[in-house]
Design a protein. Structure first.
Ligand SMILES: *Cc1c(COP(=O)(O)O)cnc(C)c1O
Length: 370
């Protein structure tokens, strides 16, 4: 990988990170490395033991390029996984298992289901309203780890990450943050003291709704020190459990992240304008928007069926699940039986894309009035 000057702005990092070394005639993009195995290195370890595994379940050059880009953005070392849930499952598994886990009342629903499995296996889960900082800090007492998501999916609750992470770190509580909704362009939890950041790279990082991938990011190791313990544990988990990304997906994700900054800028500008207008719409009883980012949720003044009708009346907004792509998506979350009952029936989650904002507004306004 080519070395970059330090302290580049994120808009430059997404373009420049993860490129092959600049040797004359070399390609500027990494190859899609399709190889399950690698020619053996000379065995240089003690007793003639090979130090490098040289196998496609352990490492891949195309993964490494994408990991370099995400790692630089988050300020740590990244590992890519087969999906966001594979990364989340790995992170949950490597956490110390011997004490209470603090978790949001309404995390992303599949993360919630997985945390429920951990609970069924005997672990104490302390569920907290992540916006109630006092309650979160109280729950940290005697806890081993805290799982955070901010903003939460889909209630758009924002946790006071600087305060909560500092309080957790002071008590030796391990901190994991799902940074999918915010992206590293908005917040970098490792710099605040978090131990593990997880992403569904399916969403903003890749940005085109054409692949599934996940990432973990942990504190950067230094060449002269032992690798970060969470990095080592997550790498071992990925290699043993085998939830690895395909090289083609990793290549597409790297191609997608090249435009993360401009996509995000446009999507956030669109979201801010739509949130403002939706706040004055007679058919909308509540807008949930943190004041930044490209995700928002609205509550339709009416029933679940009315909200369904709004989603299906849209012609530009796509009625589909997922988020973080170039196209605007709209979805009533309670259509899923697994969604929390704390999510209102008439709540529509909006992933704002990069289309013309007037087209998005006209479409939504028309659907809301119909
Ligand atoms: C989508 C999502 C996930 C799961 O990621 P997959 O790539 O679908 O496995 C996890 N967390 C959040 C916040 C998400 O939005």
């Amino acid at each position: 990988m080519t070395d970059l000057p330090p302290d580049l702005a994120p808009a430059t990092v997404v373009v420049a990170a993860g490129r092959p070394p600049r040797s004359p005639g070399a390609p500027i993009n990494p190859p899609i490395e399709l190889s399950s195995t690698y020619a053996a290195h000379p065995a240089t370890g003690p007793d003639g033991v090979a130090l490098n595994l040289g196998y496609g379940r352990a490492s891949n050059a195309t993964w490494a390029a994408f990991e370099a880009a995400v790692g630089t953005l988050e300020g740590g070392d990244a590992l890519c996984f087969a999906s966001g849930m594979a990364a989340i499952s790995a992170a949950l598994t490597v956490l110390p298992a011997d004490g209470p886990l603090v978790a949001p009342l309404t995390p992303y629903n599949t993360s919630g289901a997985l945390i429920g499995e951990v609970e069924a296996a005997g672990r104490e889960i302390r569920r907290v309203d992540v916006e109630d900082t006092v309650a979160v800090i109280a729950a940290l007492h005697g806890a081993r780890a805290i799982w955070l998501e901010s903003p939460t999916n889909p209630l758009m609750q924002v946790a006071d990450l600087p305060v909560i992470i500092a309080e957790a770190a002071a008590r030796g509580v391990v901190v994991v943050v799902d940074n999918t909704f915010a992206t590293p362009l908005v917040q970098q939890p490792l710099a605040l003291g978090a131990d593990i950041v997880v992403h569904s790279a399916t969403k903003y990082l890749s940005g085109h709704s054409d692949l599934l991938m996940g990432v973990t990011v942990t504190r950067a190791g230094t060449p002269d020190a032992a690798p970060d313990r969470w990095y080592a544990a997550l790498l071992a988990h990925r290699t043993r459990h085998g939830a690895i990304a395909g090289p083609f997906e990793a290549w597409l994700a790297l191609r997608g992240i090249r435009t993360l900054h401009v996509r995000h800028e446009r999507a956030c500008a669109n979201a801010a304008e739509l949130a403002r207008r939706l706040g004055e719409h007679p058919s909308v009883s509540r807008v949930r928007y943190p004041g930044w980012g490209a995700m928002l949720a609205i509550e339709v003044a009416g029933s679940a069926l009315d909200a369904e009708r709004v989603a299906s009346a849209c012609q530009v907004w796509l009625g589909a699940t997922s988020l973080g792509g170039v196209e605007s998506l709209i979805e009533r979350r309670r259509r899923y039986p697994g969604e929390s009952v704390l999510v209102p029936e008439s709540l529509l989650r909006l992933s704002v894309g990069i289309e013309d904002v007037e087209d998005l507004w006209r479409d939504l306004d028309h659907a809301l009035r119909a």
